[in-house]
Design a protein around this ligand. Structure first.
Ligand code: FES
Length: 894
C-alpha cells in the first residue's frame, strides 16, 4: 500500500494506482473525461489536472501514486488549466450536449464542477449526423469528444476491436468497423462503448429519454451461467435500461448483448398473464381461467393420478432458469406431495456429465476454481466451448488474458471466434473428445510433463490410465480425431509446460454419448500436471449453459440426489430429510427426463409437470417428446409464453422471469448470488415459488418455508455444503461460494487445496477408451450436424426473439463449409433441406469456414425451424445427457 495526501488528507491505496483513483478514493470530486477504471489511461482530455508536491499541473489519470506525495486537486493553476481544457471541448459541442441530464453525461457533470456554462472559444461547427442503424447503440457523432474510451473498451475489455477514431484534429470521431453502419460493423453489442461514453455520443435508446428513472434494482443476469451483476433501471413499470454493475465480482462492469439489452420480452404483448386450461380434451382450445380454477384442476388430476397409480406415475421437470429456492421447493413438492423421485431438471440435457464426471474425478459437482483464476493463468485450454457467443463475458476475459500474454489452446470442431486468438486449434471431429484427451495425456506423459509428486501423493488410477493410454499414442489419437499429430503434440506441449494452466470447457464436451468420459479424460490433464487442487494450477472451469444450471442440481432437483448431492438411497440422509419434512422421502431413484418420455409412451407415466422448459422445442428427437406429451393424461407447464410445450399442455400457468423474482442463482463457479425483482409480475403471473405453494395447498399440503429466504434457510439446515448461506448474509456480505459450511466461513472459491473430496481424498484419474459417437454418418446421411448457440439468442429463443435482438439475427441459418456449398451448388441464403434419420427441416444457408467440411451447424432458438426434430435419442451412457453435438444428416438443395 502507498500512503499519500490528497488536499491534505491522508489516503492509503494499492501501489500501481493512479493519482486520479487515489483522489476519488479520498472522496475528492475530480472529473476525468478520457478515463475509466476498466481501461488503460490515455491522458488526453486534461480535465483531471492536479498538482503534485507543488509542481506544475499533471494529468492525475496517468500519474502513478508514490509514497508521501502531496496532491492538490484545488491547485489554482491545475483548476484553471483543466477549466480551459474543458471549455475547448465544450466549444466543439452542440448546445444539446449540455442539456443532457447530469446523471447521464460526465461532460455535464464536469461543466457543473468547474462552473462552465459556455466557452470563450469558437469551435468548428459540426454536422456529422447520427447513426441509428443498431437497435441498442445510437451514435450522435457531433457529441463525440474523441476521448477514445469506447475504442479502448472495445479493444481492452471486450476484445472485439470494432471501433477506432477516424479523422484528424477537430474532425476526429469514433467509427465502427471501416466506417460502415454500426449495425453492419463487427460490433457485438456488449454495450461497453455506451457504458463508458462520457458525453452521450454513444447512447442506448432507453436512456435517451430525459424523464427520470423511477427506481434501480441490482440483480443477477438470467442469461447464461456467468452470473453478471446488473442494475435494472425502471421507468413507468417498464425497464428503461440495464447497465452492468461497475466493480461487480464476476463481470467487473461488463455485460453482453443479451444481459445488457435483451429485456423487452418482459412487456411483450404475448406474455402469459392469466392461467389457461382446456376443458374438453387436448384438442379443445386453451381458455383463460382463474388461478383457483386452474390450480383446482391440476390438484384434482394430479391427486387422482397419484392415488390411483402411485407417485411414480408423475414426472416433474424443474428448471435451470428458476431460482435455487424455486428448485428447492419443486423437489420438496415432488418428494413430499407427489411422492415421487421422478424429478429432474434441464441440466440433464447439458451438464449432467459435468456433475457426474467432476464428482468422480475430484469429489464435488462443480468447477474447481474461481473465474478470477483466469487472470493468473499463463495457458488456457478451451475445449468444446464458444464463450464469446454463449458466455460473452468469459470470452472477453479470455481474450484479455491472451492479449496480456497467456497462451490459448482451442479444442473444437468449429473455427470459433477464439480460434483467431489461439496458439493452437485442435479441430477434432465431433464426438472424438476422449481420443483427443487421451492423446494429449499420452503426450504429457511421454514428454515428461507429469507432476510426479502430485500424481504419487494426491491422485489415484495412474497405472490403469497408462494401461489404457498405450492404445492412444499421439498418431493414433490424432487419426481418430482427424487432426494433425503435430497439432495435438503442440497442444500437449503448451498445456504441459505452462506454470498455471486453466481448463475451460462447455457443452461440446458433455453433450455426447460419452460425455461423462469426455469430462473425466479432460480432468485427467489437470490431474497429471498437478494443475488442480493447488495454489498454482487454475483447475477446471465448466461453463454452464443456462443461468442456474449449477443451482438447480445443487438444490436436489434430481431423481437420485437430494439437495447438496446427498444420495436419496442413503437411509440416514433420507431419514434426516423425512424427519425435517414430516413425510417419508421415496427411497427409489426416479426417472431422468428422457426416461420420463419413454415411460409416458409406454403407459407408466401419466402426468408430466414442466417448470419453465420448452421440452417440445429444446429436447432431442422432438417427435418422441411430442408422443410422450400426447400419451400423458395430464400435462402442466409454467412458462412466460405459449411455448411449443404449452401447445400440448392441459393447463398452462403464467410464470415470471428472472427480472421479476426474488431468490438466488448459482453461477458457473459455484458462486451463490442474489436475485431481486426489478418489476412486478405482469397481470396475474406468479413466481414458480408461489405457484408451487398454491398448488401444494390445493392438494392439502403445506410446503413450509413461506418465503424464498426461508427456503434457503431450510435447505442450508439440511445440506452441509450450504450450511453457512442465508439471504441475510448474501445481502450483507455479497456473493458466497459453496461449499460454505458455517455462518462464519467465507465459502471455498478454490477447491481441494488440502485433499480432494473423493472417498480416498485423491483425484481419480480415469482410464477410459475412446468409443465412437452414438450416431455416425453414412452414405445416406454423410454430414454431421452440430448444434449450439449464437450470440444474439438464448436457448429456445423465447426471450431474445421478443427483443430487438431479432433485428441482429432475424432468423436461423445452417452454417455450411464453402467446399460443401460449392459441391452442392449452394450459396448464401439458398434454402437447403436437412434430413436426419428422423425428420426433415429446411434452413437458409450461411456459407462459412467456421465449420469444417462435412459438418454443418445451427441452433434451436427458432421454433419454426425445429432443429431438435433432427437430433437423435442417443444419450450419455452415464447420465442420459443427449448427444446434441453429433447428428448424421443429409443436405438437399431446396
Ligand atoms: Fe485524465 Fe482525461 S481523464 S486526461
Amino acid at each position: 500500500m502507498i500512503r499519500l495526501t490528497i488536499d491534505g488528507n491522508p489516503v492509503d491505496i494499492c501501489d500501481g494506482s493512479s493519482v486520479l483513483a487515489a483522489a476519488r478514493a479520498a472522496g475528492a470530486t475530480l472529473p476525468g473525461l478520457c478515463s475509466d477504471d476498466r481501461i488503460s489511461p490515455q491522458g488526453s482530455c486534461r480535465v483531471c489536472l492536479v498538482s503534485v508536491d507543488g509542481g506544475h499541473p499533471v494529468t492525475s489519470c496517468t500519474t502513478p501514486v508514490r509514497e508521501g506525495m502531496a496532491v492538490r486537486t484545488d491547485d489554482p493553476r491545475a483548476v484553471g488549466a483543466a477549466r480551459l481544457a474543458l471549455e475547448l471541448l465544450v466549444s466543439e459541442q452542440p448546445a444539446r450536449a449540455l442539456q443532457i441530464p447530469a446523471d447521464r453525461s460526465e461532460l455535464v457533470r464536469a461543466c457543473a464542477h468547474f462552473g462552465v456554462t459556455g466557452s470563450q472559444f469558437h469551435g468548428a461547427g459540426h454536422a456529422r449526423g447520427v447513426d441509428v442503424s443498431h437497435p441498442y447503440v445510437k451514435l450522435d457523432r457531433d457529441l463525440c469528444i474523441a476521448c477514445g474510451r469506447c475504442v479502448r473498451m472495445c479493444a481492452e475489455v471486450q476484445g472485439t476491436f470494432a471501433l477506432s477514431l477516424a479523422g484528424r484534429g477537430f474532425d476526429t470521431v469514433v467509427v465502427a468497423g471501416a466506417g460502415e453502419s454500426w449495425l453492419a460493423s463487427p460490433c457485438v453489442g456488449c454495450g461497453g462503448c455506451v457504458d463508458t461514453c462520457p458525453t452521450g455520443a454513444l447512447a442506448e435508446p432507453g436512456l435517451l429519454d430525459p424523464a427520470p428513472i423511477d427506481r434501480t434494482t441490482t440483480t443477477t443476469c438470467g442469461y447464461c451461467g456467468v452470473g453478471c451483476s446488473l442494475r435494472v433501471h425502471v421507468r413507468d413499470e417498464h425497464i428503461a435500461a440495464i447497465t452492468p454493475v461497475h466493480g461487480a465480482p464476476v463481470n467487473r462492469g461488463h455485460a453482453c448483448v443479451k444481459g445488457r439489452f435483451a429485456h423487452a420480452f418482459t412487456r411483450s404483448r404475448d406474455r402469459l398473464t392469466t392461467p389457461l386450461i382446456r376443458t374438453a380434451g387436448r384438442d379443445s382450445p386453451l381458455r383463460p381461467a382463474t388461478w383457483d380454477e386452474a390450480l383446482g384442476v391440476v390438484a384434482a388430476r394430479l391427486s387422482a393420478i397419484r392415488d390411483r397409480y402411485g407417485g411414480e406415475a408423475i414426472g416433474l421437470i424443474s428448471s435451470a432458469r428458476a431460482t435455487n429456492e424455486e428448485n428447492y421447493l419443486a423437489q420438496k413438492f415432488a418428494r413430499t406431495v407427489l411422492r415421487t423421485n421422478n424429478l429432474d431438471n434441464c441440466s440433464r440435457l447439458c451438464h449432467s456429465p459435468s456433475a457426474a464426471g467432476l464428482t468422480a474425478s475430484f469429489g464435488l459437482a462443480g468447477g474447481t476454481n474461481p473465474f478470477d483464476d483466469l487472470d493468473r493463468a499463463d495457458c488456457i485450454l478451451v475445449a468444446g466451448a464458444n464463450p464469446t457467443e454463449a458466455h460473452p463475458v468469459v470470452g472477453a476475459r479470455i481474450k484479455q488474458r491472451v492479449l496480456d500474454g497467456a497462451r490459448l489452446i482451442v479444442i473444437d470442431p468449429r473455427r470459433t471466434d477464439l480460434v483467431g486468438f489461439a496458439d493452437v486449434h485442435v479441430q477434432a471431429h465431433p464426438g472424438s473428445n476422449v481420443a483427443v484427451f487421451n492423446g494429449i495425456a499420452c503426450a504429457l506423459i511421454d514428454a515428461g510433463h507429469v507432476d510426479e509428486g502430485f500424481v504419487r501423493h494426491r491422485a489415484s488410477g495412474f497405472h490403469e490410465l497408462t494401461d489404457v493410454l498405450r492404445d492412444y499414442p499421439l498418431d493414433r489419437a490424432a487419426h481418430l480425431a482427424g487432426v494433425d499429430p503435430a497439432t495435438l503434440a503442440e497442444a500437449a506441449r503448451l498445456y504441459g509446460s505452462a506454470r498455471r494452466p486453466a481448463i475451460v470447457y462447455g457443452l461440446g464436451i458433455t453433450e455426447h454419448t460419452h460425455g461423462t468420459d469426455g469430462v473425466r479424460t479432460l480432468a485427467n490433464l489437470a490431474i497429471l500436471t498437478g494443475a488442480v487442487g493447488t495454489t498454482d494450477g487454475c483447475g477446471v472451469l465448466t461453463l454452464r449453459g443456462q443461468n442456474n444450471v449449477q443451482g438447480a442440481s445443487d438444490m436436489g432437483a434430481l431423481p437420485d440426489l437430494l439437495p447438496g448431492y446427498q444420495s436419496v438411497t442413503d437411509p440416514h440422509i433420507r431419514d434426516r430429510f423425512s424427519r425435517a419434512w414430516g413425510v417419508e422421502v421415496p427411497d427409489r431413484p426416479g426417472l431422468r427426463i428422457l426416461d420420463m418420455f419413454d415411460a409416458a409412451t409406454t403407459g407408466r407415466l401419466h402426468a408430466l409437470y414442466v417448470i419453465g422448459e420448452d421440452i417440445a422445442q429444446t429436447d432431442p428427437d422432438t417427435r418422441r417428446v411430442q408422443a410422450a406429451l400426447a400419451a400423458c393424461d395430464l400435462v402442466v407447464c409454467h412458462d412466460l409464453f405459449l411455448s411449443r410445450t404449452a401447445e400440448h399442455a392441459d393447463v398452462v400457468l403464467p410464470a415470471v422471469s428472472f427480472l421479476e423474482k426474488d431468490g438466488t442463482f448459482v453461477n458457473f463457479e459455484r458462486r451463490v448470488q442474489r436475485v431481486h425483482p426489478a418489476l412486478p409480475p405482469p397481470g396475474q403471473a406468479k413466481t414458480d415459488f408461489e405457484i408451487l405453494h398454491l398448488l401444494a395447498a390445493a392438494m392439502d399440503a403445506d410446503l413450509g418455508c413461506p418465503t424464498p429466504a426461508d427456503a434457503m434457510a431450510e435447505c442450508a439446515s439440511l445440506t452441509p455444503t450450504f450450511a453457512g448461506i442465508t439471504h441475510a448474509r448474501l445481502d450483507r456480505d455479497g456473493p458466497l461460494y459453496w461449499p460454505c459450511r458455517a455462518p462464519d466461513q467465507p465459502g471455498e472459491a478454490r477447491l481441494y487445496l488440502d485433499r480432494f473430496a473423493t472417498p480416498d481424498g485423491r483425484a481419480a484419474l480415469a482410464a477410459r477408451p475412446y468409443l465412437p459417437p452414438g450416431e455416425q454418418p453414412d452414405r445416406r446421411f454423410p454430414f454431421v450436424l452440430v448444434t449450439g448457440r449464437r450470440l444474439a439468442h438464448y436457448n429456445s429463443g423465447s426471450m431474445t426473439r421478443r427483443t430487438p435482438n431479432l433485428d441482429l439475427v432475424p432468423r436461423e441459418a445452417l452454417d455450411v463449409h464453402p467446399d460443401d456449398a460449392a459441391r452442392l451448388g449452394l450459396a448464401d441464403g439458398d434454402v437447403v433441406e436437412v434430413a436426419s434419420r428422423r425428420a426433415r427441416v429446411t434452413f437458409p444457408v450461411n456459407v462459412t469456414d467456421s465449420v469444417a467440411p462435412g459438418q454443418v451447424f445451427t441452433t434451436f432458438a427458432f421454433p419454426d425451424q425445429p432443429t431438435n426434430a433432427l437430433t437423435s435419442d442417443c444419450a450419455d451412457t452415464t447420465t442420459g445427457c443427449p448427444e446434441y453435438k453429433v447428428t448424421a444428416v443429409a443436405l438437399r438443395p431446396g
